[in-house]
Write a protein that binds this ligand. Structure first.
Ligand SMILES: NC(=O)c1ccc[n+]([C@@H]2O[C@H](COP(=O)([O-])OP(=O)(O)OC[C@H]3O[C@@H](n4cnc5c(N)ncnc54)[C@H](OP(=O)(O)O)[C@@H]3O)[C@@H](O)[C@H]2O)c1
Length: 255
């Protein structure tokens, strides 16, 4: 794989799953990694294993739902690691949000972490990247953001929001030397998907997903959408007329 050009990166949601795999692989490529999430013990364990393998890592715990805490963690990591040239906003929360018993509180919780949390991390690194005229911002969205899926409307809305937010930032930032990459994975085997009882086709492991994501990042891609079969399915689903979708979705796409 092409070597990542970043020297220092921050990965949010690094205590588990895709984020931990991304941090480990980046460190293996010689990138200094800043790790953040809520579970400090998990972050410290990962940082220790990175250091034991000869890499460099710093940790700063924060709740992504708390903008001020996120800003503080990003600032601390940047002080410890030096200028950050890659942010991977990966922290995410999956919650079911059924139509019957609909709860605005659940929507708020999911949007706070998945969308506002990513925005807070971006706000933390962006001034430095713009001042240097160099950097890359990556958001881990989801193919679930392509359409509102029954039972997961809050999660889908948060991911559609994240993709749209990053797309809106991309043209202005690109002209100023900061690349924006939106990642839309399908199913990846992590604690998030292990918690689900539903059929999850074309599942891949977190290390494979992280390798695909890092390859796209190194190439400066605008989008990294994978795996191909889930992408094809979700593209089809996205363009189904509403009348067909309403009949099909509760039987086939309900989560
Ligand atoms: N697995 C999939 O199939 C899949 C598919 C598409 C997209 N994604 C996205 O990929 C990203 C990583 O998910 P994953 O599958 O690796 O799940 P995971 O293993 O559950 O990891 C989620 C990460 O997000 C962090 N996080 C959650 N809530 C947080 C909060 N309030 N504040 C700070 N950090 C928080 C968790 O850390 P703490 O609990 O320690 O805070 C953890 O490190 C998510 O954005 C997810 O939506 C996953």
């Amino acid at each position: 794989m092409k070597r990542n050009r970043a020297r220092s990166a921050i990965v949010t949601g690094a205590s588990s799953g895709i984020g931990a795999a991304l941090a480990r692989q980046l460190a293996g490529q010689g990138v200094r990694v800043g790790l953040t999430a809520r579970r400090l013990d998990r972050l410290e364990g990962l940082a220790e294993s990175i250091r034991a393998a000869g890499g460099e890592a710093a940790v700063a715990p924060a709740d992504a739902a708390d903008r001020r805490a996120t800003a503080g963690a990003i600032a601390r990591l940047e002080r410890e690691l030096g200028p950050i040239d890659l942010l991977i906003a990966n922290a995410g929360l999956g919650r079911s949000s059924p139509a019957v018993g609909f709860s605005a509180e659940v929507v708020e919780e999911v949007v706070r972490v998945n969308l506002i949390g990513a925005a807070a991390a971006i706000e933390g690194v962006l001034p430095g990247m713009l001042a240097r005229g160099h950097g890359q911002i990556v958001g881990i969205s989801s193919l679930a953001g392509f359409r509102g899926l029954p039972g997961s409307s809050a999660y889908c809305a948060s991911k559609a929001g994240l993709s749209t937010l990053l797309e809106g930032l991309r043209p202005d930032l690109r002209r100023r030397g900061v690349l924006v990459t939106v990642v839309h994975p399908g199913f990846v085997r992590t604690p998030m998907t292990e918690a689900s009882r539903h059929v999850q086709p074309w599942m891949m492991d977190a290390d494979r997903a992280a390798a695909i994501i890092l390859k796209g990042i190194a190439r400066g891609r605008r989008r990294v959408d994978f795996p191909a079969p889930t992408l094809a399915l979700m593209r089809l689903v996205r363009f189904l007329p509403g009348s067909v979708y309403d009949r099909l979705a509760p039987r086939v796409l309900s989560t």
